[in-house]
Design a protein around this ligand. Structure first.
Ligand SMILES: [Zn+2]
Length: 154
């Protein structure tokens, strides 16, 4: 699947109010999340969460745990996929799904995989290109993200 890059001011062609758009995208991702878990692709222990304040990232895979004092390796206790509501408000639906699947690949590949080949293989299996997304840092996109308040989103 080819995923286009956001154009300045783009991705906002949907005339629906921001709140409606975010709610619809939350519902879409929740459904996708349930299906991936029902199909055994993603662990049922990985929740999907929405952050209404974040603007420095579109999505993230949050690992909680600690580092082994002997080996220094990360010992992961829990994994949560978080999506930024602001990103869901300004990005195209394709980009939102891409961001989500990018994080799913992290959740499956594991903490130590980083953006390496094992993570990239999972991106491929999930049907997305394996690359880091930096659109949230584009000045035009950043301006849109910063203009939104939590009240706009829910
Ligand atoms: Zn990543």
């Amino acid at each position: 699947m080819k995923v286009r890059t956001i154009q300045p001011g783009g991705g906002c062609d949907d005339p629906a109010p921001v709140r409606t758009k975010v709610a619809a995208r939350c519902a879409l991702l929740a459904d996708l999340h349930r299906r991936l878990q029902a199909d055994g692709v993603l662990s049922p222990r990985v929740p999907l969460d929405v952050d209404y304040r974040a603007y420095k990232w579109g999505g993230k895979c949050e690992y909680r745990g600690h580092h082994c004092p002997v080996t220094g390796r990360a010992i992961v206790k829990s994994v949560t996929i978080k999506m930024s509501a602001k990103w869901m408000a300004v990005a195209s639906v394709e980009d939102v799904v891409h961001t989500y699947l990018h994080e799913v690949a992290h959740a499956i590949a594991g903490h130590d995989a980083g953006h390496g080949p094992w993570w990239a293989e999972w991106c491929e299996r999930l049907g997305i290109e394996a690359h880091e997304r930096t659109d949230v840092h584009c000045p035009d996109v950043m301006t849109q993200l910063l203009s939104l308040t939590a009240q706009d989103l829910k």
